[in-house]
Structure formats: structure tokens, C-alpha cells
Design a protein around this ligand. Structure first.
Ligand code: FES
Length: 141
């Protein structure tokens, strides 16, 4: 990361903190805004967020690491999440995952990141994937 990129990231993070720190329950809106702006929540940002919200670094880190939506490192290319939880498994999720892995070269060298997730809250229309933008119906191979 160049100094300019690091400075730009810091400006974005500071702007988010200035805009949202006084909101009730500000932690999740702040993390979402940083994730949306940068594609991840840099580990360096955790202490500043904690200080702004009068939380411990452990509390902020705990939220970042608990929710699979948040990433501590940038992902390679577009992120494609494939649900691997029970309802999706019952409706062909394993075949969908295998197909996605075979098409994307999950083991590396591709321009997107394939990520297993455990329930997208869309079980009634399983199996599901989520790609950048709104959740949508997956196609089985
Ligand atoms: S189990 Fe896949 S969306 Fe809920």
C-alpha cells in the first residue's frame, strides 16, 4: 500500500467516524460504511473506531471477526458468497458449491473470491448465492 493510499484510507475512515459516531448503535453502521468504501475493514482502523465509540479494541475486533460480511483484508476481485447451510444443502447446495469451485478455480489464480457462508436468510428459495449487489437466485449446474 502506498502512502497516498494509506492516507486516502485514513481520510475515508475519519470521515465515516465523523459522520456516524453519534448515531445510536453506531458500530455496525460505521463498519458497514468502511467496508462499503474500502472493500474491507483494515485492522489498523480498529483502534480508531474503538476510541471514537468508547469501546475496547476487543469489542470492535469481535464484531468485525464475527460477521462474515466484514473482511479484514481486501478480497481479490468481486466477492461471490455461496450458502452452505442446511436449507441450501438440502436443495442442491453441495453441487452448486462444487460447480462454483470448478468454474472459478477456488484454489487461487482467479479474479474473484469465492466464499462459503452459512445462511443468507433466503432459505425459502434455496440454494442461494450472493454477489456484489442484491442477493439473487443461484443457477444449478
Ligand atoms: S440456508 Fe442458505 S440461505 Fe439459509
Amino acid at each position: 500500500m502506498t502512502a497516498n493510499t494509506a492516507e486516502a484510507q485514513q481520510r475515508i475512515i475519519q470521515q465515516v467516524l465523523d459522520d456516524k459516531r453519534d448515531m445510536p448503535g453506531a458500530l455496525l453502521p460505521i463498519l458497514h460504511a468502511i467496508q462499503d468504501a474500502l472493500g474491507h475493514v483494515p485492522p489498523d482502523a480498529v483502534s480508531g473506531i474503538a476510541e471514537a465509540l468508547n469501546l475496547s479494541r476487543a469489542e470492535v475486533h469481535g464484531v468485525v471477526s464475527y460477521y462474515h460480511h466484514f473482511h479484514s483484508e481486501p478480497v481479490a476481485g468481486p466477492l461471490v458468497q455461496v450458502c452452505r447451510a442446511e436449507a441450501c444443502q438440502a436443495m442442491g447446495g453441495e453441487a452448486l458449491w462444487a460447480h462454483a469451485c470448478s468454474r472459478t478455480g477456488k484454489q487461487g489464480g482467479h479474479s474473484l473470491t469465492l466464499e462459503p457462508v452459512y445462511c443468507l436468510g433466503l432459505c425459502a428459495t434455496a440454494p442461494r448465492t450472493r454477489q456484489p449487489g442484491a442477493p439473487r437466485m443461484a443457477r444449478l449446474p
